[in-house]
Write a protein that binds this ligand. Structure first.
Ligand SMILES: [Zn+2]
Length: 265
């Protein structure tokens, strides 16, 4: 066995997942190769670090099962339909999402923001909320730098969308997170506008007709609008990219700041 082969197996070797023969071959190689032995030791340390970190954010026992049950109960509709979001969001497990783990990082973040009080927030409350998000979602980036946030949230996008809202001073950018929902790349930005928290989700590869809501003509294009409780949603599509604005702002405000409307100015 050479170094390249050995390194391919190091992780499985460390986890005792190899068949006996391969296991012996790796062991023999590591015993005679200092470089690979060192690599193995580094991986052991890395794994220890990761394990220590993951342990601290592990979900409560049975949480995943309850999420899956909630999704099934939602009738197999697309997770991204607004109705389903709310349905899932209202279930018990969400109330436990203060201890959300990696498997529900996206959900915890989405619902954490959706359920954030839509009433005006003071600076301290916003900072506290974002700190809470940062704790729940290790990859959440708190920033006021639009360029950084764009690069960060769109890290996996093939087609990098242009987002005028990011550069509009009326919006105070608070943070960004890259996410994945149903295998789609999602960039999630959190803004404040008129002292209200606004979430913008940007999807790559999602058709507007897959989104629940009423179609409405605005400016040069169409948007989908929907409302549940105090939360309003406006969605629109530009090229391959679909945008969601979700907030406790009045729908007229969301329409006013949506893409087709802005393009029409
Ligand atoms: Zn080697």
């Amino acid at each position: 066995m050479n170094c390249m082969q050995a390194r391919k197996y190091l992780s499985a070797f460390m986890d005792s997942e190899l068949d006996v023969r391969t296991n012996i071959e790796v062991l023999e190689h590591v015993e005679m190769c200092g470089a690979c032995a060192q690599r193995l030791e580094e991986q052991r340390q890395l794994k220890g670090l990761v394990a220590a970190h993951v342990e601290s954010i592990r979900a409560p026992e049975g949480l995943r099962a309850r999420i899956m049950a909630s999704l099934t109960a939602a009738g197999g509709r697309r997770l991204l339909s607004w109705a389903t979001w709310r349905e899932v969001a209202s279930t018990e497990w969400l109330k436990a999402s203060a201890v959300a783990a990696s498997i529900i990082v996206v959900f915890g973040l989405v619902y954490g923001v959706l359920l954030a009080p839509p009433t005006p927030l003071n600076e301290g409350a916003v900072r506290a909320h974002m700190a809470w998000l940062g704790d729940q979602v290790p990859s959440f980036m708190v920033t006021h730098d639009a360029r950084k946030a764009r690069g960060y949230a769109f890290v996996k996008f093939v087609r990098k969308p242009t987002v005028p809202l990011l550069d509009d001073e009326a919006f105070e950018l608070v943070g960004a997170v890259p996410a994945e929902i149903e295998s789609m790349n999602v960039g999630h930005f959190v803004f404040r506008y008129k002292a209200v928290t606004v979430s913008m989700f940007i999807f790559e590869g999602l058709d507007l007709d897959e989104i629940a809501g009423t179609e409405k003509r605005i400016g040069d294009g169409f948007v989908k609008v929907d409302s549940r409780g105090r939360m309003n949603l406006v969605a629109w599509k530009t090229g391959e990219i679909t945008y969601f604005l979700v907030s406790g702002l009045p729908q007229s405000d969301l329409l006013h700041i949506s893409g087709p409307s802005r393009a029409g100015r």
